[in-house]
Design a protein around this ligand. Structure first.
Ligand SMILES: Nc1ncnc2c1ncn2[C@@H]1O[C@H](COP(=O)(O)OP(=O)(O)OP(=O)(O)O)[C@@H](O)[C@H]1O
Ligand SMILES: [Mg+2]
Length: 270
């Protein structure tokens, strides 16, 4: 993997300190299509199965598709909350798997640029939902655009999803480096998805950690730590579930990928 390039990144606010209420976790990635939405939806179901009250916010404003994965046809979305045509209560919907969702739908394309309005509205919505849930998961877009980085900055914890492909790893490195340098994050979680063999996640995590330590540079106070949160093997059941627009955890609960997502939930619950 080529990890020597230095991504040009927009200046972003630092990650905000933790507040009372839900634990907020942004699920993000450098490269697109690596499994963020699949992981977020199924992790939400796994946390809900453990008695947690979970909200998934579709923070992939430009290319939202959580509704497609969950086979939901929302009449009211984040767009209606943004434009004050609906209240949060009306737009928060029950999803299969026992969690709640706030969907972006297709009306959000105009919000894919980070304007002061988008920034204020997203911040306000996250602040409003936090006291009502145990977990708020933000399914973000890929990359390091300002809107993606702003969505991540609203979460106290970050989970970067990457596949073992060199392009995905290079982009994951770039994203993590931006999170460390622009948001002052000292700890980022990594989920290696579509792993080819057991132990691949551990190897990738330690390789990335080494490169990050070398190129992120010394940080005042605390060393940077990339922590392996999980490894999900490439699994046909995932593709089947997505094709059928079903939650993998509900329809293929015994498959390897489902076990890995349950283990991820256990890890997050500590
Ligand atoms: N562990 C896995 N095994 C097999 N296929 C997988 C696995 N994880 C994801 N996929 C496949 O990858 C596809 C893309 O997944 P998903 O939509 O969750 O990616 P994403 O990162 O959210 O994409 P985007 O960047 O466009 O938002 C899925 O439709 C599924 O077919
Ligand atoms: Mg997605």
């Amino acid at each position: 993997m080529s990890t020597t390039s230095d991504p040009a990144a927009p200046a972003m606010p630092h990650a905000r300190p933790a507040r009372a209420g839900a634990r907020t976790l942004a699920v993000t990635s450098g490269k697109g299509g690596v499994g963020k939405t699949f992981v977020t939806a199924n992790l939400a179901a796994a946390l809900a199965a453990r008695g947690q009250k979970v909200l998934v916010l579709d923070a992939d404003l430009g290319l939202a598709n959580l509704d497609v994965v969950l086979n939901l046809h929302p009449k009211l979305t984040l767009h209606d909350v943004f434009t004050e045509k609906a209240t949060l209560e009306q737009a928060i919907l029950p999803a299969p798997g026992g969690f709640s969702v706030l969907l972006a739908g297709s009306g959000m394309v105009e919000y894919s640029r980070l304007t002061p309005e988008v920034r204020d509205k997203l911040l306000h919505i996250v602040d409003l939902v936090k006291p009502r849930f145990d977990w708020v998961l933000l399914d973000t877009g890929a990359g390091i655009s300002d809107v993606v980085l702003f969505a991540i900055s609203l979460a106290t914890d970050v989970l970067v999803v990457a596949t073992p492909e060199p392009t995905s790893l290079t982009d994951a490195y770039a994203t993590i480096k931006v999170l460390a340098t622009q948001q002052d994050r000292r700890h980022v979680g990594l989920l290696v998805n579509q792993a080819n063999r057991v132990g691949e996640g551990k190897l990738i995590c330690s390789q990335l950690q080494q490169v990050l330590q070398r190129f992120v540079g010394p940080m005042p106070g605390q060393a940077f730590r990339l922590e392996l949160y999980g490894e999900v093997k490439a699994d046909q059941a995932v593709r089947q579930a997505v094709l059928k627009r079903q939650l993998m955890l509900e329809h293929y609960p015994g498959c390897d990928a489902a076990q890995a997502i349950k283990a991820l939930a256990s890890k997050l619950l500590g």
